[in-house]
Write a protein that binds this ligand. Structure first.
Ligand SMILES: [Fe+2]
Length: 198
């Protein structure tokens, strides 16, 4: 089931970035949802540093965020540049086998006006039938289990959709996590059945 608050995009991004991912250093994070579940590295952050994964202000605004040195990497840059969006934090997360991110909501937009509202994009950077993504709209009791293909994205409202992920395989799971303002481009990305090759 899809709701207005979460949807799998019809557009797929095709490319080969596994050699880059294998070489990256990931950082631990103490936040409630990330601790002992995933490690991450920032492509865009508040300080511009790769180990800066969180936010510090009540309202997250695109103008307060800058690209890190990871964005200078050609492959990574071409992937991120596909997303024609005003963004804040952009991170890559790594989840080891048998690790689990429990279902939770984020209070990302608690202090935001309608114009400031941010959505979340998760794009699978690799795939395995035992990588599970979980979504449950606050207003329902149904948890949807999605197995994202490599290059497939899910877009959701982080404040109203409980989300989590689990790696039940024996390979490392990687995903791209983008926080952005929704726009017309994103609507086309969701609706059009296209393959973008980078
Ligand atoms: Fe979250």
């Amino acid at each position: 089931m899809m709701t207005n608050n979460f949807i799998v995009a019809n557009t797929i991004i095709k490319g080969e970035w596994s050699s880059v991912l294998n070489k990256l250093s990931f950082f631990e994070c103490d936040d409630y949802d990330l601790k002992n579940a995933v490690t991450g590295i920032a492509l865009k952050s508040e300080s511009g540093n790769v180990n800066d994964l969180l936010r510090s202000k009540p309202v997250e605004k695109p103008e307060d965020y800058s690209f890190t040195k990871l964005y200078e990497h050609k492959k990574i840059k071409s992937l991120v540049d596909v997303f024609k969006l005003e963004t804040t934090r952009i991170r890559i997360f790594k989840q080891e086998p048998n690790q689990k991110t429990s279902l939770h909501v984020d209070y990302n937009n608690t202090n935001s006006s309608k114009e400031e509202y941010l959505i979340r994009i998760w794009m699978a950077l690799n795939s395995n039938k035992n990588f599970k993504y979980y979504f449950r709209d606050k207003n329902t009791s149904i948890t949807n289990t999605i197995c994202l293909e490599k290059g497939q994205s899910v877009i959701f409202n982080p404040d109203t959709v409980y989300h989590g992920a689990e790696n039940n395989s024996n390979e490392v799971r990687y995903s791209l996590n983008i926080i952005a303002k929704p726009n017309e481009w994103l609507r086309y990305f969701v609706e059009r059945k296209e393959v973008i090759t980078i």
